[in-house]
Design a protein around this ligand. Structure first.
Ligand code: AMP
Length: 431
């Protein structure tokens, strides 16, 4: 067996992982902070299906993109439909916008989503095959303030999660008017350097030359650095749009870098493209947390309707990894302070009913209902460092009573089952 082969045991798919109980508070925190801030700015939550028609992504994300060419998890249903696990949210939301008639709502229609996306990429640190995204989209406005609003909201979400050192990488890739001429210029330049390009970029030269600008191979980077820059070739409207974006960012005091090599991987982008990068204390870039931009031509691909739009997505695992590293959330959940021990079947069912009384009274109680030995259960109470134990033995069950034991001084009182929640609340308050 080669190192690459996996054993015959059933395992989680490569590049995917279980989100364990101890990690849930991190996901919840990112979701809650994201939702709170996004809804404040008028973004309403929407949850599209995880599976969509394959055509949606082929058309929307673009056939010449890395995602569609190599990374989609696609399947044929028994009914013969071609479906794909979403590799990103944006095409789904454009579909929902059209299909649900959101075009007749006051514009822009602003939407927030949170959930898993799937890309068959080479797994490595910070790069998974199933990962969560927090996604924002605004449909129906051409105004540059919308681009900046989206960047600002993501920036504020990251700040609120405690990730303070951030830099916004920014570029404009123009629109259909200017990108065509620029691409010709770029291809002419790249052809002169073709022999030095990596094999992927040699292919991109024919399919998606813009993408060569953000190739990570050192030689390609050097070639890209000497290439003509799109911002020098923007048409008047795109130039003015970008100028406004920069002015607004300046007014807000947000830190940004103009990055002529930032083109983003997808076909639908027009004008503004951005990423938000986390930095360490020394100002070194440690990972791209958010990516997005404007996509004025996407909706037109599905409907011929001319609906401008802008959006972005944050990578939740990358955010969580920084939160963990910097101990930005203590993921500890408050342990219960009360343990309920029981003996015999009658007591077990009474205990289960009692748990519901405690739940309604807001008292956290732990129990091991399947256990029969009282001493084993009281050991569990000790392990939990419970302040009180409740005991229902056979006799108590038959008399509808419960013993409350103070675990610090060993004092016991016996109370009626229907009074125990109230009594316990008083005792816990006195502590
Ligand atoms: P994208 O949808 O490619 O623009 O990515 C938006 C954000 O999602 C990135 O800035 C990353 O934080 C995150 N991301 C993208 N691809 C992956 C991946 N394979 N694994 C984990 N996070 C990712």
């Amino acid at each position: 067996m080669t190192g690459k082969q996996r054993s015959n045991k059933i395992q989680v798919p490569q590049g995917m992982f279980d989100i364990l109980p101890e990690d849930q508070p991190f996901y919840q925190k990112v979701y809650e902070v994201g939702k709170k801030i996004a809804s404040f700015y008028g973004f309403k939550e929407i949850t599209p299906p995880i599976l969509e028609s394959t055509e949606l992504f082929e058309k929307g994300t673009g056939e010449a993109t890395e995602i569609v060419e190599k990374q989609m998890y696609s399947l044929k249903t028994k009914g013969g439909d071609s479906l794909t696990l979403r590799p990103e949210f944006t095409p789904s939301l454009a579909r929902a916008y059209l299909e649900q008639g959101m075009i007749s709502l006051p514009q822009p229609v602003k939407m927030f989503s949170f959930g898993p996306v799937f890309r068959h990429e080479k797994p490595q640190a910070g790069r998974y095959r199933q990962f969560y995204q927090l996604n924002l989209e605004a449909f129906g406005s051409r105004h540059p303030i919308v681009d900046v609003e989206i960047i600002y909201i993501f920036y504020n979400i990251l700040q609120s999660l405690g990730i303070k050192k951030l830099i916004i990488e920014l570029n404009s890739i123009g629109d259909k008017e200017c990108i065509g001429d620029y691409k010709k210029l770029l291809v002419r330049y790249l052809k002169k350097n073709e022999s030095r390009l990596c094999p992927d970029c040699k292919r991109r030269l024919k399919t998606n030359p813009l993408r060569i600008m953000d190739c990570k191979q050192e030689r390609c980077k050097q070639i890209a650095a000497g290439a003509p820059q799109i911002i020098d070739h923007l048409c008047k409207e795109c130039h003015n749009h970008f100028k406004k974006v920069l002015e607004f960012l300046d007014e807000l005091g947000l830190p940004y870098n103009l990055n002529p090599c930032l083109v983003r991987g997808l076909d639908y982008y027009t004008r503004t493209v951005f990423e938000i990068i986390a930095e360490d204390e020394l100002g070194r870039q440690i990972g791209s947390l958010v990516g997005g931009g404007r996509y004025d031509n996407l909706v037109k691909l599905f409907s011929r309707k001319n609906i401008p739009a802008c959006g972005g997505a944050a990578g939740v695992e990358r955010i969580i990894s920084i939160m963990k590293e910097r101990r930005l959330v203590t993921a500890e959940v408050q342990p219960p302070r009360v343990f309920l021990a029981q003996l015999g079947d009658a007591a077990k069912i009474k205990s289960l009913k009692l748990m519901e009384d405690f739940r309604k009274a807001g008292i956290l109680v732990a129990a091991s209902l399947d256990k029969d030995s009282l001493s084993a259960q009281l050991k569990n109470a000790d392990k939990l460092k419970a302040s009180h134990s409740l005991i229902i033995g056979e006799e108590e069950a038959s008399r509808d009573m419960v013993i409350i034991r103070d675990m610090v001084n060993g004092r016991q009182t016996t109370v009626r089952t229907d009074k125990v929640a109230g009594e316990l609340k008083k005792k816990l308050k006195q502590q």
